[in-house]
Design a protein around this ligand. Structure first.
Ligand code: GDP
Length: 436
């Protein structure tokens, strides 16, 4: 429970072993006792006390730890409600933390990302934002703008001082610097999207190359599986797997797995389609046979794409070599495997890690935007930067420049929640689950 009266309500239903006046109980303490309804013990519990403003919501808070189970928990909840508590809306605890100023909007939004994270990377990105990474960067940018804004106000208020030339130079260099910081943030969204949505990965190859065997290999290792969910159309399933902390979304796994008979097996045409929307292509070849016309078509598909080539069935006599010049310009990643005997799969994982971790998803020292709302606002702020630059170049009056600069500040303030409407706030928190 959170709110001014939560201890009062608690007192009506909780009898601690050691009775103490609420003023005597310090925050960050737990007390042992019983939840009672009249003279009946409902459960033996531990209650944590948090005192405003040092709590999640920045209000008085208490948490009842019961033995759990549906019946008891429901009963305790009913008792709270009967004694004056109101059921929280989805995200209400976090919303209060925001409205009470303990965290800003971007931090509040990251709570949901942390909870819904499907991989370690995504969770890390969420935690970083929760700790205020993005908020700090936005604050730095805003400060940079404000410093110059002061001079602009002087120019507008006291035109007789004629400081415009100096100010224009100063504004331009500030806009350059702000623009490049924003553009870096915006670019990070590509990675953010990969982290959040998974790297869309297509396994392609001619029929019988070993796609379904490989897929089963990957899915069989339970360290890899996170979730399985229905894709947009009825007969596609996208499987989310986690390779060394890197989230991959395998496209059309249903098609690959269910195609048992020859006619149905996923062929070149379908491969082309799947490959189109992929961030990463795993192209698999039957190395026990020479490269066929179909194989060459598959190679054609991966041209210019991020791809890993797998030479499968190396347990048999091999007809295709790793260093075949035909692979040379397509990718550096050619790996020999046997999907049947589980040979080389580790190498495939290493390669995926190498491709995506080293040069792309470096979370340790870089801020990553994962939220589309933030991305759109950053893009909007960048437009205002460009407009402001343009007005200076066109030698327009400084008060017009000021209008655009204020727009940048507003867009940035909307990310952190300073300038934000109630509708937006409600929409954001409605995506939360109950009790968060
Ligand atoms: P898909 O049509 O590309 O999905 O291919 P499948 O995974 O269904 O494999 C086709 C056939 O090749 C099956 O009979 C598999 O058992 C066999 N196969 C797959 N991988 C290997 C392998 O590494 N070695 C051998 N010897 N056979 C394999």
């Amino acid at each position: 429970m959170s709110g001014e009266n939560c201890f009062e309500i608690l007192n009506k239903i909780f009898i601690p072993k050691k009775q103490e006046a609420i003023e005597e109980i310090k925050g960050y303490r737990m007390k042992y006792g019983h939840i009672m309804e009249n003279d009946t013990v409902i459960d033996e519990v531990l209650v944590s006390y948090f005192k405003a403003p040092k709590s999640y919501t920045a209000e008085n808070m208490c948490e009842i730890n019961s033995h759990g189970g549906n019946i008891i928990v429901k009963k305790i909840l009913e008792l709270c409600l009967k004694n004056g508590a109101i059921l929280a809306e989805p995200g209400e605890f976090t919303k209060r933390a925001f409205l009470n100023g303990r965290i800003d909007l971007a931090q509040a939004e990251s709570v949901i990302d942390v909870i819904n994270a499907k991989s370690e990377k995504e969770a890390q990105a969420g935690i970083k934002q929760l700790e205020g990474g993005l908020s700090k960067e936005i604050a730095t940018i805003k400060q940079e703008i404000m410093d110059v804004m002061v001079n602009i106000e002087v120019s507008i208020d006291y035109p007789e001082y004629d400081v415009e030339d100096v100010t224009n130079q100063e504004i331009l260099s500030m806009l350059e610097s702000v623009g490049s910081k924003l553009s870096k943030l915006e670019k990070s969204f590509d990675n953010g999207k990969l982290i959040k949505e998974g790297i869309k990965t297509a396994i392609i190859g001619k029929p019988n190359a070993g796609k379904s065997s490989l897929l089963n290999r990957i899915l069989k290792e339970d360290r890899a599986i996170v979730t399985e969910f229905e894709g947009t159309t009825r007969d596609t399933i996208e499987e989310f797997v986690n390779i060394n902390g890197i989230p991959l979304k395998l496209i059309d796994t249903a098609g690959i797995r269910n195609a048992k008979d020859e006619v149905e097996k996923i062929g070149i045409h379908k491969s082309k389609e799947i490959a189109k929307e992929a961030d990463l292509i795993i192209a698999i070849f039957d190395a026990s046979k020479e490269l066929s016309k179909e194989d060459k078509e598959i190679l054609e598909i991966i041209k210019g794409k991020k791809a890993i080539i797998l030479l499968n069935k190396i347990d048999l006599t091999t007809e295709i070599q790793k260093d075949d010049p035909i692979f040379k310009d397509l990718t550096d990643s050619v790996i020999e495997i046997s999907a049947l005997n589980n040979v080389g799969i580790d190498k495939l994982y290493e390669e995926i890690t190498k491709l995506f971790e080293l040069n792309e998803i470096q979370l340790d020292n870089e801020l990553v935007i994962t939220n589309i709302r933030h991305k759109n606002l950053i893009a909007k702020a960048m437009e205002s930067v460009e407009k402001a630059k343009h007005t200076i170049e066109e030698k327009m009056p400084i008060d017009i420049v000021a209008v655009y600069i204020k727009e940048i500040l507003e867009d940035l303030g909307t990310i952190t929640g300073e300038f934000v409407t109630e509708d937006i706030i409600n929409e954001i928190f409605s995506k939360f689950c109950l009790g968060k």
